[in-house]
Design a protein around this ligand. Structure first.
Ligand SMILES: [Zn+2]
Length: 236
């Protein structure tokens, strides 16, 4: 039984290191993913703003065309002013010219506002493009710098996998099953803990005297009545 407990303790140590490495590697990959996400966000911002600018240019172009058409109408009306016969006709033409001019002023204001928006959009794009480039550079640098670390962690993981297989084969199958079950209950934490001076080191609660006596004889596997971890006796 003592040997079996030793095997489980060794297995637990291996599992703990594996979990630690996996968590670390996960952290690295999450960080790289986050950078990638930020890059694509900048990318879509640029695309979106480019579309908006194209739309605004189109509107600007059609306003410009309207403006030119109105100018032609104004010129024509001004020509007609010279040949009108009645005052009423004259007043009507003046009113028409005035309205066209007002309309053109509005068109010019709208165009100016659009041109301003386009300029703001272009600044936004160039800032986003710069950010994107910086982020890409950071990503590349970080990828390179973590590559070596990742490689060494992965080779350590492979070694640990081998050791885990070796110890798993040494362990009694039903005990191994129990170990894995207890471990999963405890969120991949410790499943085998020593009991010192009648106290379970997993939960720090007293073990009943009779159970503790049996534990010292090392005859069978015991579970802590409080935390349900596998306990073994460790002389104080
Ligand atoms: Zn306990």
């Amino acid at each position: 039984m003592k040997e079996q407990i030793k095997t489980l303790v060794a297995l637990q140590k291996i599992e703990a290191e594996r979990t630690q490495i996996q968590t670390h590697l996960q952290g690295i990959s999450m960080h790289l993913e986050e950078l990638n996400k930020q890059i694509s966000e900048k990318q879509s911002l640029i695309e979106c703003e480019n579309d908006a600018i194209a739309e605004k240019r189109k509107t600007c172009g059609s306003l410009e065309q309207d403006l030119k058409n109105n100018q032609a109408l104004i010129l024509r009306s001004q020509e007609r002013l010279k040949s009108v016969k009645t005052n009423r006709e004259y007043q009507a033409l003046l009113k028409e010219i005035e309205e066209l001019k007002n309309l053109n002023t509005k068109f010019e204001d709208d165009m100016l506002a659009l041109l301003n928006e386009i300029e703001t959009g272009e600044t936004l794009i160039s800032t986003a493009a710069e950010d994107m480039q910086n982020l890409s550079q950071t990503l590349e640098t970080e990828k390179k710098s973590v590559q070596k670390e990742t490689d060494s962690h992965e080779s350590r993981l492979r070694k640990l996998d081998g050791e885990r297989d070796r110890f798993s084969m040494q362990a009694d199958p039903s005990l191994l099953k129990l170990f894995n079950r207890v471990r999963s209950v405890h969120n991949r934490g410790n499943a085998v803990v020593p009991a010192v001076d009648s106290i379970c080191n997993g939960c720090n609660v007293n073990i009943p005297p009779q159970m503790y006596n049996e534990l010292q004889r090392c005859q069978s596997v015991k579970l802590c009545p409080n935390c349900q971890r596998i306990i073994y006796w460790l002389p104080s």
